[in-house]
Structures are given as C-alpha cells and as structure tokens.
Design a binder for this molecule. Structure first.
Ligand code: ADP
Length: 574
C-alpha cells in the first residue's frame, strides 16, 4: 500500500481541527507522560517481575498509540496521516495482548506456557501482515478527510479485542473462584477491574463517539478524547494496585504522579493560550508548581527513608530478640538439667544429716551436733535454691503442675507460723498470727504451692528483720481471702517495690545486709498466686520501717476447673 496517496491534506486538516483543538493536547500529552511514568516506575521498582515488564510494554505501546493518534489530529502530511492511521491497529492489538499476558503473570507469578505464547503470536500475526496492505486502508477520502478503511483489517482488530476481553474475563472468573495461595480474591477482582476498564474504556467510547458524530452531533468527537483520559486514569489505578500489592511505597508514586500530572496539564495549556498575559501567567504557575512539587517529593522521600531506616532497625531488633529468646530457653534448659542433677545428692545429704541428728547412728557429741546442725541449715538453703531454680525453669517452660482442691486456709498458716517459731526466737523476734473470727469457706487452691509461697514470705520477714517481729494476718471480704505477712524489718525502698517480683532481683538494702538468697522466691510466688487467679504485692512505709507482703486469693475461684470428686485436680499451667 502506498501511504502517499494525496500530497496536500491541509484543507481537510483545517476542517477537522475546528473541533477540540485544545482537548487533543490535553488528552494526549499528559497521558503519554503519565503512562510512561507509571510503566517505568513499576518496572524500576521490580525489574525481575514479568508482570512489571508487561505493564511497561502496555504503557509503551499505549504511548506510541497516543503519539500516532495525536498525529492524526494535527498533521497535514498525508503520507504521515495514512501511516499513523494504519499503524494504530497494531499498537491496539499489542497492548490488548500484553494486557492478557499481564493478568496471567501477575496472578500466577510465572510465565505463561509456550502454547499460550504461540496463540498470542498467531493472534497478532494477521494484524502485522494486514497493516501495510490495502486490506487495511484502501484509499483517502478527500471530501470527509479520512482514509478509507477496507474493513478486513479493522474487523480483525475489533474481533481480536473482543476475544482478548472475553479471555481476560473468563480467566479472571476462573482465578477468582480458585485463587493461587499468595494472592487474594480482592487483588484479582481489583486488578481485573483495572485492566478491563483500561482496555475497554477507549474502545467503548470511540464507538459512542462515532455513533454520536454520525447522528449529527459534532461534539461527538470529544467523547473519544474522554476515552483516552479514562485509559490514563485506569492505567494509574492499575499501577497503584501493582505497587500496593507489591508493597512499594504508595506515597512516593502518589506524590510524583500528582506533580507530574499537574506539570503536564499546565504545560499543555500553553498550546491553546493565545494571549501573552495568559502565557506569562501559565509560565509563573508552572514554575510555582514545579518548585512546590519538588519540595513535596523531597519531603515524601525523606519520610520514606526514615520509615525504611526504622523498619531496618526494628527488623534487627526482632532478630536480636529472637536470638535472646533462644539463649534464654537454652539457659532455662541448662538450669533445669543442672538443678535436677543437684537435687538428688542434696536430698540424700539432707536425709543422712537428719538420721545423724536424730541419733540413728549412735550418740553424737554436742560439738559435732552443733556442726551437724549448721550443715543441715546450709544444706537446706541449697535444697531451697535448687527447688526455686527448678520452679523458674518449669514456669518458663510452662510445665508447672497444679493440684487444685478445696482447702481450709487457716491450718496451713498455723502450721507455717509454728514452723518459723524457733528461727524467729533464735533472732529474738516475735511471731504472731491473727485469724478471722469465723473460719473462711473452703478455697480452691493447690495447698502445697500456697504453703511454699507463704513460707517464703515468712522466711523473708524473719530474714530481713533485726528487731521487733513478724505478724501473719488472715482477713477476708465476701470475694477474697487476704493473707498479710508484716514485719518490722529493713523495709523496702519505693523504687524497689515493683522490681522485687522479677527473677534474680534483690533490693540494695538486702545486698548490704549480706543475707543469703538468690532473688527467686517472690518471682516464683507471683507466678503461683497468679495461676490461682490471685494477686500479690509489697507495701512498705520506707527503709527501716518494715514491710507488708499481701496475697489475695479469690474465694470463689471460678477460673479453676476442678473435678466433682474430692480428688485433687492437676492443671498444666501454660
Ligand atoms: P531472696 O529473699 O532469696 O533474695 P525473694 O525473691 O524472696 O529472694 O526476695 C526478693 C527480694 O525482695 C529480696 O532480696 C529482698 O531484697 C526483698 N524482700 C523480700 N522480702 C522482704 C522483706 N520482708 N523486707 C524487705 N525486703 C524484702
């Protein structure tokens, strides 16, 4: 086909140009810039992704299509006109096929099979072959100023577009019903909507436009320009989705696209501003917008950089935290193993010492008895320490066993006070107990665990008191039983109060006193009491003004499940 059919089509052009002179610039230039911007932005953000490459291809052919479409409106060179008119179908076919390819690659995250590629090739070949022939354009109609289309190529391109749209539609439905694991239905829906709207908006509106024009409405052409604008909008929407789903930074693309659109729109106004003052004003606006846009992009970039740095730091912290957790677990495991190994010999020593003290191996001289007593005390402390260490590792591994049963609390307290009578007397301390007038109802508890906690509190009270004494008080409200262990000892500093219940923590006063202890009893106690749905805390009026340790246990312990029989129930604590 010879594109150079007429040598001068200026009269025609003057004819067509009476419509929408400005709108053509307005619809084409910003869209070319935006389209390429979107394509390159998405591609540069994710160069390896095939979907990004497809989008770049779509935006590239769409921009070329816009360039040649613009030539149709503005050129008066007939051969260029004929060539532009002829080639448009090729670009349309290409960005439609790429649209389909894009949907495949975005959803499946992999390339399509060779057979599908072969079908794509087969579908595009007729367009490529028909374009330069008279099956595409057969002549130029000098009266209406349009090339004469033979119909074959045009019909093929239209059919191709319809086939592709239908193919995309069916593909989307299939993928929507059974989405791949790493993509959500919403993503498939939005993406499908974006590509369908992008591909069909111009297609539909150009028919509406032709229809209106043929029906005698001259402004019908403008509808077609609206189609181009709509394509730009949907392309933006698509890029937004890709960037959003790929978790690129939306703010940056948003700011850049906004600035670029403004720039393109304002610059295109130059083409239809005829008065000098208007041009000057547009120039000033353009300058202002550029400066403002530059600052906007810079500040968004700075914010993103800060965010990225924060994310990096938080990731490093997360890794470090995970490592610490692993180390902590390894440490607990070690303590657990070591303590188990220590417990057996210590228990044996305790047993033999008791037998020796009871005289089971014959009479013992007072001097040796004194030494044996001291050994017994020291060994006992070790046994407690090992027991505490084992409890800590069990708590941390969530392996503490509780045997809950309805229990009368008073006898436990009386027994404990009796037990501490002689250690208190050895230090010249008094030890008293105050119970409520009426016995408390049975409380669901693990009596051994409660005994362990209260025993440690009384032991501490005796340990940390030089003069005065220790009092154990039992009070109650309808809801709670309150056990108060108060002493007249070294007291607690305000700043130490809340830390005492952490493991291995001891107050400064204690370390000065150099009394034995590892700082584990309160930590273990807190865990035991909380497993009962209770509370434990410390009160003190300050250093050297005594301390009060208070335990509150709910009387009706609804969160603990026990069996209906009298059998104690074991509960594994998480
Ligand atoms: P330990 O007594 O073995 O050090 P605990 O966990 O039982 O460990 O107690 C933690 C810390 O709480 C003690 O080291 C001590 O500083 C403080 N403390 C506990 N009971 C009292 C008390 N009755 N008076 C003053 N301080 C106390």
């Amino acid at each position: 086909m010879d594109f150079n059919i007429i040598t001068n089509s200026e009269i025609c052009i003057a004819n067509t140009q009476q419509y929408l002179t400005g709108l053509v610039y307005y619809s084409h230039f910003p869209m070319i810039i935006l389209s390429l911007f979107f394509g390159f932005f998405v591609f540069l953000k994710n160069k390896s992704s095939l979907a990004s490459k497809c989008l770049l291809g779509i935006t590239f052919f769409f921009s070329l299509w816009l360039v040649f479409d613009f030539i149709l409106w503005k050129s008066s060179n007939s051969s260029l006109l004929m060539f532009s008119w002829a080639i448009l179908g090729v670009f349309e076919a290409l960005f439609f096929i790429l649209g389909l390819y894009f949907i495949y690659t975005f959803i499946d995250k992999k390339d399509v099979s060779n057979s599908i590629k072969f079908i794509f090739l087969l579908l595009s070949l007729p367009v490529l072959f028909l374009t330069p022939t008279t099956f595409n354009l057969s002549n130029f109609d000098i009266i209406n100023c349009v090339p004469v289309e033979s119909g074959i190529s045009l019909d093929y391109v239209i059919s191709l577009k319809l086939i592709i749209l239908l193919w995309i539609f069916i593909l989307l439905i299939v993928k929507y019903r059974k989405p791949p694991v790493d993509i959500s239905r919403l993503q498939i829906f939005l993406l499908g909507l974006g590509i369908m709207l992008f591909l069909s908006s111009y297609f539909v509106l150009s028919y509406v436009s032709d229809y209106l024009y043929n029906a005698g409405y001259e402004w019908g052409y403008q509808v077609e320009q609206g189609g181009i604008l709509a394509m730009g909008i949907f392309l933006g929407f698509l890029s937004y989705l890709i960037v959003k789903f790929k978790a690129f930074d939306i703010k940056l693309i948003g700011a850049q696209a906004l600035v670029l659109t403004q720039f393109a729109l304002i610059s295109s106004m130059f083409f239809f501003a005829t008065v000098l003052i208007s041009r000057v004003l547009i120039g000033v606006t353009l300058f202002g917008t550029t400066i403002a846009g530059w600052y906007l992009i810079r500040s968004v970039k700075a914010e993103i950089k800060r965010k990225e740095e924060l994310e990096k730091i938080s990731h490093t912290l997360m890794v470090a935290n995970e490592r610490l957790k692993e180390l902590d677990a390894a440490k607990s495991e070690f303590i657990s193993i070591a303590s188990h190994q220590l417990r057996t010999p210590l228990t044996a020593i305790k047993g033999y010492l008791s037998l020796l003290l009871e005289g089971s191996y014959g009479p013992v001289s007072p001097q040796v008895l004194d030494i044996l007593n001291k050994l017994y005390g020291v060994n006992n402390r070790l046994v407690h320490l090992v027991e505490d260490l084992l409890n800590v590792s069990r708590i941390e591994a969530g392996r503490i066993q509780y045997s809950f049963a309805p229990t009368q609390i008073e006898p436990i307290l009386v027994e404990l006070v009796d037990m501490f009578l002689s250690p208190a007397q050895e230090k010249n301390l008094t030890i008293d107990i105050h119970l409520s007038k009426h016995p408390l109802p049975l409380i669901t508890m693990d009596p051994n665990k409660i005994k362990e906690v209260v025993s440690n509190l009384i032991d501490n009270a005796v340990k940390y008191t030089k003069v005065g004494g220790v009092t154990v008080t039992l009070q109650n409200t309808p809801e709670v039983a309150r056990i108060i262990i108060s002493d007249t000892g070294i007291g607690i500093h305000e700043s130490d109060k809340k830390n005492l219940f952490q493991k291995f923590l001891r107050s400064k006063e204690t370390t000065k006193m150099v009394v034995s202890g590892a700082g584990l009893g309160l930590y273990v106690g807190k865990s035991f009491i909380e497993a009962h749905g209770g509370k434990i805390w410390a009160e003190s009026d300050g250093p050297d003004r005594g301390s009060r340790f208070i335990i509150e246990l709910p009387i009706k312990n609804t969160h603990i499940q026990i069996g209906t029989s009298d059998e104690p129930t074991s509960v594994e604590k998480e």
